[in-house]
Design a protein around this ligand. Sequence first.
Ligand code: FES
Length: 76
Amino acid sequence: MSEPLRIRVCPQGPLLVHGEFVLVDEDGTETVPQRSSVALCRCGRSTIQPLCDGNHKVGRPPIEPGEPLECPRLVG
Ligand code: FES
């Protein structure tokens, strides 16, 4: 049995997807990512939607004490 797809929520950042999956865009075009992990934007600020380009760091609210500063950069 294969490993289940893992999705990690980054505080104030993207969804990190680890594992094999097919990405289907709004036109129905299917893409199989060539990386073992990708970061999907969930803030709407990325210029390379649906992937994260790091723009979630612009204009976000201050980091709370003890909160991780950022997630690993997997795209770009
Ligand atoms: S989550 Fe939107 S740019 Fe990173």
